[in-house]
Write a protein that binds this ligand. Structure first.
Ligand SMILES: [Zn+2]
Length: 139
């Protein structure tokens, strides 16, 4: 799912962006973990890329962040300005270790990762070096 938008206010999730996250989370395929997640990426050009997690019986599941990164790359973008993540409940849902490394590949030190609840409130906000200090490789 993609859309165009103006630059993002880092302190607030816009209603249309929250709707994208809620819709994606509602479509999450998480029968094994019962842990639906949605991630919304804002590219450097301001385009939005949203995805949910998709599990499979062999447990090599696709995280919401990974799906959104795939959509971003498929659309010809390569840089992430903002990341918004909505977990299954009221608690913050930080990206897993694999996704921290994936985000590192396409994000910079200025990229913000926001964990939100289903009201759009920012629960926690990080830089990528906060989440992945001494990161391996990447541009
Ligand atoms: Zn992940």
């Amino acid at each position: 799912m993609t859309a165009m938008t103006d630059p993002v206010d880092p302190d607030r999730l816009r209603p249309e962006q929250l709707s994208m996250l809620l819709d994606a989370r509602a479509n999450a395929y998480a029968p094994y973990s019962g842990h639906p997640v949605a991630a919304l990426l804002v590219s450097d050009s301001g385009r939005l890329f949203c995805s949910c997690n998709v599990e499979s019986a062999h447990f090599k599941s696709i995280c919401a962040e990974a799906g959104a990164i795939s959509a971003l790359i498929s659309a010809g973008e390569q840089r992430i300005r903002e990341v918004w993540i909505l977990g299954p409940g009221p608690e913050p849902c930080p990206p897993c270790g694999d996704c921290r490394q994936r985000l590192h590949e396409f994000a910079g030190t200025q990229t913000r990762i926001h964990l939100v609840d289903e009201e759009g409130r920012v629960l926690n906000s990080y830089s990528l070096p906060d989440l992945l200090p001494e990161a391996f490789g990447g541009p």
